[in-house]
Ligand binder design. Structure first.
Ligand SMILES: Cc1ncc(COP(=O)(O)O)c(C=O)c1O
Length: 439
């Protein structure tokens, strides 16, 4: 049994959700999101803490409003994400923009307008910096994202801090940054790194030391050390989550030592996405079919939710827990229940015409069966740990499957639809016919 099992969707609630909203459907547990927000806001710190939710993890309007209501700001990864946060009622001065985009034209004018209203621009390339220097923005409060050369992620594609990664300005190029900043009277208020998602907490601690050293040596005006997101989450019983209180305590101690040595009282900023929403989310799916691939092969369950609903296994070989529930609501197996070890290994596939449409893949993209009960057609499989980078990263439209709806399980037990199921009309609304007659 995991020391701290993530919240499980009760069979009764799973059945009620499917009855009301159909299948497949994403469900988010409000109380888990709120308690995660409160835990991050309570991280130990020496001279202040800014928490911005990395909205790329789950950008649904109601989720943004819920999280902003807990006092978190927003980390946006594109201008459209920043605009989307504003559409949710979040003011520009609660948003920081960290993007690979290079906004020009109207986008640049919008960015400059948002900066005038308090949005913090986290400059991620030398080109972004020189465009800022040439433009009309108030650059007296900017941030710079540094690629520190050392990263950490749950897989290599989730590592954003080493030489395989194009994120940020490499530390060796910082002298050029400082030259440009001096020449244009810009002020670097924050020094930002995000070394990856789900990596080793030890490397996260090492990053704190590295950034402090960099700030002391190169950034005399910086007042904020921004450590990005990336707290490791445990979705599976054998995974261990990062201890964020312990990480906060380490940052607090190092900031106090820094202050004693330099007289500078640095604030810390963090940008968790996964930690806030991953284990609050579940996909409720239905068993459509069962197949067998021969004596050397596997027992397959075909669900109505696959790579278009949860792309993470195909992208990263990531594992998500399965709960099997009968159509009447009886719990048949759970990855968090030791009795499951007596069950046979099965492969969980989706319904897309794509051999990678499989929820049970390992990092090498090999099919990796998992132990679970043998459900009947029409039974329910709940895919856990799907609150982050699932709905927001879904492969919209592949095989013309519409996006599944999203439902919030409120703290009082009620169910609120926060995104409707996408219809075929919505899927094709921007397509134009070959001939003007429309046929
Ligand atoms: C700049 C930045 N901040 C925060 C995050 C959030 O990371 P996580 O969801 O692992 O907490 C990411 C993820 O890619 C990121 O690139």
């Amino acid at each position: 049994m995991a020391p701290n099992p993530p919240p499980i969707l009760s069979p009764y609630v799973a059945v009620a959700i499917r009855n009301q909203f159909g299948s497949p459907v994403y469900v988010y547990d409000e109380s888990t999101i709120v308690s995660r927000c409160q835990k991050v806001m309570a991280m130990p710190n020496a001279f202040g803490l800014d928490v911005r939710y990395a909205m790329k993890a789950n950008s649904n309007r109601a989720i943004l409003q819920l999280i902003a209501g807990q006092g978190l700001g927003i980390d946006a990864s594109s201008l459209n994400e920043a605009r989307r946060a504003m559409l949710a009622g979040i003011a520009p001065n609660r948003i920081m923009l960290t993007t690979q985009e290079v906004p020009i034209g109207q986008d640049r004018r919008d960015l400059e307008g948002f900066m005038a209203e308090g949005l913090i621009y986290n400059v991620c390339s030398l080109r972004q910096l020189s465009l800022l220097a040439q433009g009309n923005a108030d650059a007296s409060r900017i941030s710079v994202r540094v690629n520190p050369g050392v990263g950490a992620g749950e897989t290599s594609t989730r590592n954003t801090g080493d030489h395989y990664s194009s994120f940020g300005i490499h530390q060796n190029e910082l002298p050029r940054v400082l030259e440009e900043v001096r020449a244009h009277r810009m002020v670097i208020e924050q020094v930002h790194t995000h070394i990856g998602s789900g990596g080793d907490p030890e490397l996260w601690r090492g990053n704190i030391d590295r950034v402090l050293e960099m700030i002391e040596r190169l950034f005399p005006e910086a007042t904020v050390m921004n450590l990005g997101g990336g707290f490791r989450e445990a979705r599976m019983p054998d995974e261990v989550a990062a201890n964020i209180q312990e990480l906060g305590a380490y940052a607090e101690r190092r900031c106090r030592e820094f202050a004693e040595r330099t007289g500078r009282r640095l604030k810390v900023a963090v940008e968790p996405g996964t930690y806030i929403v991953a284990n609050a989310g579940h996909v409720v799916a239905t068993v459509l079919d069962k197949k067998w691939s021969g004596p050397e092969g596997f027992e397959f369950l075909i669900l109505d939710a696959g790579m278009e609903t949860n792309t993470r296994p195909l992208l990263y070989g990531s594992r998500h827990p399965f709960t099997v529930i009968s159509a009447e609501g009886q719990l048949l197996s759970s990855e968090f229940d030791p009795a499951v070890s007596t069950q046979a290994g099965r492969v969980v596939a989706g319904r897309c015409c794509e051999s990678g449409d499989c929820q049970t893949l390992d990092e090498a993209h090999e099919v990796a069966p998992r132990c679970m009960a043998d459900p009947a057609i029409g039974d329910i499989v709940v895919i856990g740990g799907t609150g982050a980078y699932c709905a927001s990263m879904s492969l919209g439209g592949y095989n013309s499957h519409g996006q599944a709806p999203e439902v919030l399980l409120r703290t009082d037990g009620s169910l609120l639809c926060i995104r409707r199921r996408q219809t075929l009309e919505q899927l094709t609304v921007n397509e134009l016919p070959l001939s003007p007659s429309g046929n």
